[in-house]
Design a protein around this ligand. Structure first.
Ligand code: M6R
Length: 607
């Protein structure tokens, strides 16, 4: 997830672009850059790190008089977060510059093709491939709209791009496919951006671009075209009434809600370029040359730990890898038996969690191979791991982790698939269904989320008097029960315990009474009959039950919450957002500070 902005108008462009980037920094912040045309020259300025570094560089650049330009704030997906990988990227001739948000899946093959034609690359990014390709197409067609249409016709993947060219200062082009792009229509000035806050101080009149559309702006006019045919498309201008803060949340009341609703996109991004739809093979090039682990230890904290526990089930059943999952703050203070031949998978959204880092350092010192699974590019976990697999969820702003867990589960599924296929032990059923099901999930989830939210709203109100909840699940639903309880605790401050359903009669059943509700995860899997009897035991003791289950499951519950199911363990991707939304609705109804709950920090960098 990155932020892009383009401007053409009557003001000096660079300050407008920088101000817009400041409002897009929530979308990524590992490097930034701007491009504009001045005295017939295409100027590109970039800096590693926060936007303030780029601002310092610009202070040393005299006479920024250009009245059109564009900028980018980056959340790295390909290549380290260093200046050479920062956007904008240019073609070899310096005739065009391009900023991009998304992932070009076939960049490797395009890069090889261009290198064979003598193009020299200066970065490791997928975006530079598109910039170079665009430069070639421009030389061939002589017109920027045709060139952009031609170049985009060659790429697979997702993109929102904005382009400036040396020979047409004042004109900007942009296009989108599966990444956000919106146009701001002003008086004597027009804007392009990933998100409305970027230009909100200047105009509230916007045009939302759809997939397959291209926009052309200059100071006094705008036009939308079909990317493939270049035929004009009629668009409607909408007037926005949000303030900047609301706009950063995309109109959602809280970042947490926005991030829950981003999960379909997160799954799509995590899969991009990592699965072969035709053969069903997982392709984790980050692990090239690394044999499947003999034994695997997963280290993590909090929600990442729950993701790891969930992953253990697949890594054992699909890839037949003996796996144990450790709470990092326990592991680091033991004298764990770990050494050469062991593989440690450190899972961390932030990549900065002190205990996870200490645990992985200990394992590494003793000779284990460490693979980092993290979201923040360039974080300490990513730097100190032997290999790193990025989850590509984009910045997570809410303290309560939601979309990051979804991305971790997606990657853990791919890891089990990858290693199971490498070892030749993957069950035939998994090969046949996994990739197909994963690819259908974003669409199903997108359609379900609004319904889920309204059911979560109803149920949270019905149970808002409860002071304690028991969450129950079996098999892969056990880690989900832990996660459901954690989410409720951390944002609504209601006590909740996650338990393995089968363990209930070994103690917690003593707590059951009419005031102690149970939230049960009860998908119709092979463990369903067992879960059903556990719930009968709860009800027989006067306990109230909310059951997240499939329609017509025949469960005796006080409140049935119908949740659609997909193939096998992947129903998790539909159960998880229901748990998140229940906690969210409860906290919001009780008036809690959803995004910044008391006593918590987003990244726990202390022991
Ligand atoms: O950044 P990490 O994934 O290493 O963070 C681990 C935990 O601190 C984190 O998941 C925490 O439990 C969240 N607040 C849960 O929502």
């Amino acid at each position: 997830m990155c932020g892009i902005i383009g401007y053409s108008g009557h003001r000096p462009a660079v300050p407008v672009v920088m101000e817009g980037l400041g409002r897009l920094e929530y979308r990524g912040y590992d490097s930034a850059g701007v491009a504009y045309v001045q005295r017939g020259q295409l100027i590109v300025l970039r800096a590693e790190g926060k936007l303030s570094n780029l601002a310092r560089k610009l202070e040393e650049t005299p006479s920024l008089t250009a009245t059109s330009g564009m900028g980018h704030t980056r959340w790295a997906t390909h290549g380290l977060p260093v200046e050479r990988n920062a956007h904008p990227h240019q073609d070899q001739q310096g005739s065009v510059a391009l900023v991009h948000n998304g992932i070009i899946e076939n960049y490797q093959e395009l890069r090889e093709e261009l290198e064979a034609q003598g193009v020299a690359f200066s970065s490791e990014t997928d975006t530079e491939v598109l910039a170079q390709l665009l430069g070639r197409c421009l030389a061939e067609t002589g017109s920027l709209d045709k060139a952009l249409s031609m170049a985009l016709g060659r790429v697979d993947g997702s993109y929102a791009v904005c382009v400036v060219s040396r020979d047409h200062p004042g004109v900007l082009y942009a296009a989108r496919k599966s990444s956000p792009l919106v146009m701001g229509v002003g008086v004597g000035e027009n804007f392009l951006a990933s998100d409305i806050p970027a230009f909100l101080p200047y105009t509230r009149d916007v045009v939302f671009l759809e997939d397959g559309e291209m926009a052309r702006i200059d100071a006094n006019s705008w036009q939308v075209l079909d990317v493939a045919t270049l035929a004009p498309v009629t668009k409607e201008i909408k007037h926005i009434t949000w303030d900047v803060q609301a706009a950063q949340k995309g109109g959602y009341k809280h970042f947490m809600l926005k991030e829950i609703f981003e999960q379909p996109r997160v799954i799509t991004d995590c899969l991009a370029g990592r699965v072969d739809r035709r053969t069903g093979r997982a392709n984790l090039s980050e692990l090239d040359g690394l044999a499947p682990p003999e034994r695997l230890t997963i280290l993590a904290c909090g929600t990442s730990y729950h993701a790891g526990l969930w992953g253990m089930y697949l890594l054992e059943s699909w890839a037949r890898i003996p796996t144990r999952v450790e709470i990092a703050s326990e592991y680091r203070y033991r004298d764990p038996i770990v050494g050469p031949g062991d593989t440690v998978l450190a899972i961390s959204q932030s990549g900065e969690t002190a205990d996870t880092l200490a645990g992985m350092r200990l394992a590494r010192e003793r000779g284990a191979t460490v693979i980092g699974l993290c979201n923040v590019v360039g974080s300490t976990v990513s730097r100190e791991s032997d290999r790193v697999v990025y989850t590509q969820a984009g910045p997570e702003m809410s303290v309560a982790s939601t979309k990051a867990m979804c991305s971790q589960l997606t990657l853990l599924t791919l890891l089990a698939l990858h290693w199971g296929q490498q070892k030749g032990v993957l069950p035939a059923e998994a090969t046949a269904h996994c990739v197909k099901t994963m690819e259908s999930l974003p669409g199903i989830l997108e359609a379900e989320l609004p319904r889920m939210r309204s059911r979560a709203g109803e149920l949270s109100r019905a149970y808002s008097d409860a002071t304690s909840f028991l969450y129950l699940g079996r098999g892969q639903c056990f880690p989900l029960a832990l996660e459901g309880a954690l989410k409720l605790k951390e944002i609504s401050y209601i006590h909740a315990e996650g338990y393995a359903s089968g363990e209930m009669k070994h103690g917690p059943i003593a707590l059951i009474d009419p005031k102690f509700p149970t939230f049960a995860l009860a998908p119709r899997d092979e463990l369903f009959p067992k879960v059903k009897s556990n719930l009968e035991e709860v009800r027989a003791r006067g306990g109230k039950v909310i059951a997240l289950t499939r329609a017509g499951s025949g469960l005796q519950a006080d409140h049935e919450w119908e949740c659609p199911e997909v193939w096998g363990p992947l129903s998790t991707f539909l159960l998880l957002p229901a748990l998140q939304l229940f906690a969210y609705e409860m906290a919001d109804y009780l008036g809690k500070d959803v995004d910044q709950p008391r006593n918590l920090a987003k990244s726990v960098t202390v022991e």
